[in-house]
Design a protein around this ligand. Structure first.
Ligand code: NAP
Length: 235
């Protein structure tokens, strides 16, 4: 088991890619903390993981809201006392529109969840990791965070921001033995894509690698779920 007894927080871990990563981590022996806004989905995923004899607890949290994230941090500290792995996965995409026609509130909402969210959650978790002098943070990016694409402006900008956040944070926390990397999962069949694309179960391998000691020394990297082994070898 590659993650035996490590505690992993996965935001948006109740469905889609986050859920697939949570299940994979549970199979590798990790203790899970998941959060999302939909109670029923959290309960169902917690039960599924517990059914595999895994340890999992879930909390309702909106990652874009400071108080909600603070409360989440306190609950996890109380439950587990540590966090070894953080997957900043929660994300949204609004209906495609050219930038000039995009409603300001949709721009703000996208940036709030996809970029402010990882910032708030990381700020909450980092003091624990610094105290532990170890940790792995994995930020879920996108192909649209690595090239521009018409009509996905706010989403694309938020994910470019996630890449900048990853690089900056990696440089800032390296001396605390905390690694920070980003992953483009590819096109995955989830609610976000109206269930078009590859199966979510095809994605977690790179997440397990980055969370485990196998990726010791790897930080500040932008990996893709389908090409990560060659990307690791290349550098
Ligand atoms: P999904 O099925 O819609 O899952 C998103 C998860 O995030 C849900 O659990 C959702 O739960 C949660 N979430 C959304 N807003 C939240 C908030 N404000 N606070 C807390 N949790 C929130 O989508 P997915 O495809 O698995 O997406 C996961 C990540 O992968 C996202 O960051 C997305 O941008 C990225 N991604 C996906 C694809 C793809 O092809 N699917 C491609 C590239 C990148 P609630 O709605 O209940 O809060």
């Amino acid at each position: 088991m590659k993650l035996k007894d490590k505690v992993a927080l996965i935001t948006g871990g109740a469905r889609g890619i986050g859920k697939a990563v949570a299940l994979a981590y549970a199979r590798e022996g990790a203790k899970l903390a998941i959060c999302a806004r939909t109670d029923s989905e959290i309960d169902a995923t917690v039960r599924e993981i517990q059914g595999l004899k895994g340890e999992c607890r879930g909390w309702v949290c909106d990652v874009s809201l400071e108080e909600s994230v603070k409360n989440l941090g306190q609950q996890i500290q109380k439950a587990y006392g540590r966090i070894d792995i953080l997957v900043n996965n929660a994300g949204i995409m609004t209906r495609p529109a050219p930038l000039t026609e995009l409603e300001v509130k949709k721009w703000d909402y996208t940036i709030a969840v996809n970029l402010r969210g990882p910032f708030l959650v990381t700020k909450e978790v980092l003091p624990l990791m610094v105290r532990q002098n170890s940790g792995s943070i994995i930020n879920v990016s996108s192909g649209l965070g690595r090239s521009g694409y018409a009509n996905f402006g706010a989403y694309s900008v938020s994910k470019w921001g996630v890449e900048g956040f990853t690089q900056t944070l990696a440089a800032e926390v390296r001396s605390h033995n905390i690694r920070v990397n980003s992953v483009d999962p590819g096109y995955v069949a989830t609610k976000m894509t109206r269930y078009q694309g590859k199966e979510p179960e095809s994605v977690p391998e790179v997440f397990v690698f980055l969370a485990s000691d196998e990726s010791r020394g790897i930080t500040g990297r932008m990996l893709s779920s389908s090409k990560w082994t060659s990307e690791i070898k290349r550098n």
